[in-house]
Design a protein around this ligand. Structure first.
Ligand code: CMP
Length: 132
């Protein structure tokens, strides 16, 4: 059984969409094994997104990720990492496949409602960031 990290981002928590996202995850047979609600500091957001620190949108991204509460959770399923990436859709909601979570509720490239680990290497770093 594989584990991955999903984060409900501030645009979704602000619109009361936590339950909706959880419902989509459970319908797709993901099991929630850990979950928290947190508000990151700018420093913590920078640490989490360290791989993007040279990107032009880094400052905007870390400001956005600290603009409200987020809900990180650890999800378990066979092929959890790739199945979750398929379920959430492309980074840009305008390019996300029909019926994916970002297609359904994402607002923009930045406010795209959810984050998911993109590889086993990322999951191995991202899960312990929130859950010891
Ligand atoms: P996420 O899957 O959390 O990984 C990195 C995040 O950076 C991404 O989702 C988007 O929220 C954000 N992002 C990626 N590209 C851009 C961009 N061009 N402008 C603003 N934010 C972006």
């Amino acid at each position: 059984m594989e584990r991955t990290l999903l984060i409900v981002k501030p645009d979704a928590t602000n619109r009361n969409l936590i339950g909706h996202i959880i419902n989509r995850l459970e319908k797709a047979k993901f099991t929630i094994v850990e979950m928290r609600m947190v508000k990151l500091t700018k420093e913590e957001a920078g640490e989490f997104y360290a791989v993007h620190k040279e990107r032009p949108f880094f400052d905007e991204l870390t400001t956005y990720m600290t603009s409200g509460k987020i809900v990180p959770m650890v999800l378990e399923k066979e092929n959890a990492i790739s199945d979750l990436r398929t379920l959430i859709g492309a980074t840009n909601p305008e390019e996300a496949a029909s019926g994916t979570i970002r297609d359904e509720i994402g607002e923009s490239k930045q406010s795209n409602s959810v984050h998911a680990s993109d590889s086993t290497e990322s999951a191995d770093i991202e899960i312990p960031f929130f859950f010891s």
